[in-house]
Design a protein. Structure first.
Length: 183
């Protein structure tokens, strides 16, 4: 008796149960082989994004705070680096309406130019990239030390993402707004 005839002589209830069991086994194989790793990868990515958002929220200014420039992370600072922060704001020699600004601290440095008004304070926007290798606390330390300097400065924005080289590294692009009169 062929397999088709044997299948046809089985009761319909047995055939339905056999088809259901086969479908369950096939689904389990497909799930373990492809869907489960994919779901796990999605869950891990969501967790990483949530961690980034949590760190970003801790570094963002508090809403309604007495000092809107103070962030949660700045209130619990890690030990600060001893590297000096140097900022030079000078008028370019070839044109008095151009200001040149340079920023240095440790291994972080940036430079930029901006057009100055004829008199009065010069508004400079200087992009600074800070690479953190361990935690967000070091970045909070940079912010605190920047705010403690003698020149007026505010943090306009920063962009944070995981560095491609290491999972515990954050790459932060910090945009500073510096007010000063060029010499």
């Amino acid at each position: 008796m062929s397999a088709v005839r044997r299948w046809n002589v089985l009761p319909s209830r047995t055939r339905v149960l056999t088809l259901l069991a086969t479908a369950v086994v096939l689904l389990a194989v497909v799930y373990n082989a492809g869907i489960h790793p994919l779901l796990r990868s999605i869950a891990e990515r969501r967790a990483a994004i949530q961690t980034d958002k949590t760190i970003l929220a801790s570094l963002s200014p508090e809403r309604g705070a007495a000092n809107p420039g103070t962030s949660l992370a700045e209130k619990a600072l890690a030990p600060l680096s001893a590297a000096p922060i140097v900022l030079d704001l000078t008028r370019a020699a070839h044109e008095s309406s151009i200001a040149r600004v340079s920023f240095r601290t440790g291994n972080v440095q940036a430079a930029g130019t901006s057009r100055l008004p004829a008199a009065g304070p010069a508004l400079m926007r200087l992009p600074v990239t800070v690479d953190l290798e361990t935690s967000a606390g070091a970045f909070a330390g940079y912010l605190e030390r920047l705010r403690a300097l003698s020149f007026p400065l505010s943090v306009l924005a920063f962009d944070m993402k995981r560095a491609p080289t290491a999972t515990n590294s954050l790459r932060i692009r910090l945009e500073l707004e510096v007010f000063g009169v060029a010499a």
